[in-house]
Design a protein around this ligand. Structure first.
Ligand SMILES: *[C@@H]1O[C@H](CO)[C@@H](O)[C@H](O)[C@H]1NC(C)=O
Ligand SMILES: *[C@@H]1O[C@H](CO)[C@@H](O)[C@H](O)[C@H]1NC(C)=O
Ligand SMILES: *[C@@H]1O[C@H](CO)[C@@H](O)[C@H](O)[C@H]1NC(C)=O
Ligand SMILES: *[C@@H]1O[C@H](CO)[C@@H](O)[C@H](O)[C@H]1NC(C)=O
Ligand SMILES: *[C@@H]1O[C@H](CO)[C@@H](O)[C@H](O)[C@H]1NC(C)=O
Ligand SMILES: *[C@@H]1O[C@H](CO)[C@@H](O)[C@H](O)[C@H]1NC(C)=O
Ligand SMILES: *[C@@H]1O[C@H](CO)[C@@H](O)[C@H](O)[C@H]1NC(C)=O
Ligand SMILES: *[C@@H]1O[C@H](CO)[C@@H](O)[C@H](O)[C@H]1NC(C)=O
Ligand SMILES: *[C@@H]1O[C@H](CO)[C@@H](O)[C@H](O)[C@H]1NC(C)=O
Ligand SMILES: *[C@@H]1O[C@H](CO)[C@@H](O)[C@H](O)[C@H]1NC(C)=O
Ligand SMILES: *[C@@H]1O[C@H](CO)[C@@H](O)[C@H](O)[C@H]1NC(C)=O
Ligand SMILES: *[C@@H]1O[C@H](CO)[C@@H](O)[C@H](O)[C@H]1NC(C)=O
Length: 426
């Protein structure tokens, strides 16, 4: 049985005896009306410790959300449907201080839970198609909001939660500690017939169509657990930005896109990027309507600043990736199963002359029990690690590497590396 309360009623009806432990249930206004204010009111009400948005309701979100969930439980069993008034979001989304990126929903505070009820059930509908159509072929287009930005948060859980058609990255976890995200479903799929779904002539074109629809990026965060995810998208499935430490990832399936990303790193000269103590196991990757460009890749910006400011220019930063264990990866048809770039830019400036300048170090990486195939797009290359001579890669161990390149003899390229074991590098 469902109840609709006004804000006043919510406060008044919250059980007085249990003080601060009331459950408040929202139903949508309907008729295209905006539900964001009643949603914010419930979260901000001291009487509402549990905020329920039941099935089968859809809540129209037409304004940015800034929510402090301190000691709250937020059950989004229905759907938060973010409006497609692109001009509104471009003008009003909250800025982050990373790559000029913006977000539609900030979640902060400690000791909270967000639940969507069951796997592939409640959560967000970002109505991202409007954004994908607008951005076709353009990376990091300004104004596209991250669906859910967890920032300055601690001791919190997001579970059994879906993000369908994210506007940009689905999740960004920043400056946060001890966050668990489990049972998460993300699906960014283009339905605009005006554009090709895939264009193998340009290895990335099929993914560019839903470019920047990362499953999750972590940044300046410690002790994060990612478990039981299914992602379909056209960009990174899970990505570690600078100062991601003590991250554990279990049982993730990535459908199409770019696979698991360490980076991008070294974009900001004044921010040293550490990515340390990363453990991943049971990761499955395969193409979808989009290619799978890689299983795991590592990307460091060029070692000098070039091509203007972030998001598409930058570089000259430094840092360290170390103590990484990647275990039990299974994949099919990865264009380049494992690779490292140390001369990254997203600008159109030719940075080739600076390609040996990155000082970002990648060391103590263990790659264990990888089974899979390459697509053949890169002529049999299965490992292509091109490190910077200013920061040679050190101590990469491949254990039980079982990756084939159907139709080719597998090719392993290791440039500026020291102590690579378990693969026949050339
Ligand atoms: C966490 O929040 C719950 C309410 O959701 C509350 O009962 C509990 O006391 C809080 N724990 C801490 C450590 O504050
Ligand atoms: C966005 O901002 C521009 C410039 O300030 C303004 O002209 C326009 O009306 C705004 N649009 C919306 C939908 O807020
Ligand atoms: C997620 O939902 C499934 C049912 O779909 C349930 O079995 C599981 O316990 C839930 N997980 C969490 C973390 O709540
Ligand atoms: C997060 O905390 C930092 C200070 O540590 C502050 O500068 C920043 O504005 C906060 N961000 C948000 C979105 O609250
Ligand atoms: C991490 O957060 C969980 C709540 O999600 C809490 O139970 C646990 O005690 C926290 N761990 C630490 C080390 O604070
Ligand atoms: C993602 O959504 C598309 C349609 O919108 C569907 O065809 C596809 O199966 C979904 N992917 C997953 C992994 O659920
Ligand atoms: C792995 O995660 C998927 C969701 O992506 C879930 O359906 C499945 O039950 C999980 N497997 C295990 C062994 O927990
Ligand atoms: C990472 O942490 C170090 C301190 O350990 C700090 O100097 C650096 O600026 C931080 N980097 C980022 C991206 O915040
Ligand atoms: C990078 O250094 C290597 C030697 O380590 C050299 O062969 C190559 O030409 C240099 N590349 C550039 C772009 O300077
Ligand atoms: C980029 O610059 C290098 C020399 O630094 C040159 O060899 C190369 O042809 C240039 N590439 C393009 C696409 O202009
Ligand atoms: C693969 O080999 C073909 C024929 O030699 C060549 O034209 C093509 O550029 C190569 N592709 C890659 C990605 O190296
Ligand atoms: C390598 O993987 C194939 C499946 O792709 C499997 O049949 C084979 O047993 C594996 N070999 C080893 C040595 O693990």
């Amino acid at each position: 049985m469902l109840f609709s309360f006004t804000l006043l009623a919510l406060v008044v009806l919250a059980p007085v005896s249990t003080h601060n432990s009331g459950t408040c249930t929202l139903i949508p206004h309907g008729n295209g009306r905006d539900d964001s204010q009643q949603f914010l009111n419930a979260i901000n009400s001291p009487g509402c410790n549990v905020i329920e948005l039941p099935q089968p309701y859809t809540y129209s979100i037409q304004q940015v959300l800034n929510t402090n969930l301190q000691n709250k439980v937020l059950n989004v069993f229905g759907t938060l449907s973010f409006s497609t008034d692109l001009a509104y979001w471009i003008n009003n989304s909250f800025m982050t201080d990373f790559q000029n990126q913006v977000t539609a929903w900030i979640v902060t505070g400690s000791n909270w839970t967000i639940s969507g009820g069951a796997f592939n059930a409640g959560g967000i509908d970002g109505n991202g198609q409007a954004w994908y159509t607008r951005a076709a072929g353009f990376g990091n287009q300004a104004g596209r909001p991250i669906s859910l930005y967890v920032v300055n948060a601690s001791d919190a859980v997001i579970k059994n939660f879906s993000v369908r058609q994210p506007q940009f990255w689905a999740f960004f976890v920043d400056q946060s500690k001890n966050i668990t995200l489990e049972g998460i479903y993300v699906n960014a799929t283009n339905h605009d017939p005006a554009e090709p779904v895939s264009n193998p002539a340009n290895g990335n074109a099929g993914n560019n169509w839903v470019v920047n629809t990362d499953g999750i990026d972590t940044y300046r965060s410690d002790s994060i657990v990612i478990r039981d995810w299914t992602v379909q998208n056209g960009d990174d499935c899970v990505a570690y930005k600078g100062n991601s430490t003590n991250i554990q990832v279990y049982n993730v399936t990535c459908n199409g896109g770019q696979g698991i990303a360490f980076g991008s790193l070294g974009q900001y000269p004044d921010r040293v990027d550490y990515v340390e103590n990363i453990y991943m196991s049971d990761i499955t990757l395969r193409p979808s309507v989009n290619r799978l460009t890689g299983a795991v890749y590592f990307k460091a910006w060029v070692g000098v600043s070039a091509g203007g400011p972030p998001p598409n220019g930058g570089g000259g930063g430094t840092g360290l990736v170390s103590n990484v264990l990647l275990e039990n990866f299974n994949f099919v048809d990865a264009d380049e199963p494992l690779y490292l770039q140390s001369c990254l830019t997203y600008s159109s400036v030719n940075v080739t002359q600076y390609c040996n300048t990155s000082t970002l170090v990648f060391q103590d990486i263990t790659v264990k029990d990888f089974t899979g195939t390459s697509s053949g797009l890169n002529n049999g290359s299965v490992v292509d690690i091109v490190c910077s001579p200013a920061a040679p890669c050190q101590n990469w161990q491949f254990l039980n590497w079982n990756v084939t390149a159907p139709g080719y003899s597998p090719v392993y390229t290791c440039t500026n590396t020291e102590d690579i074991g378990g693969i026949p590098c050339s």
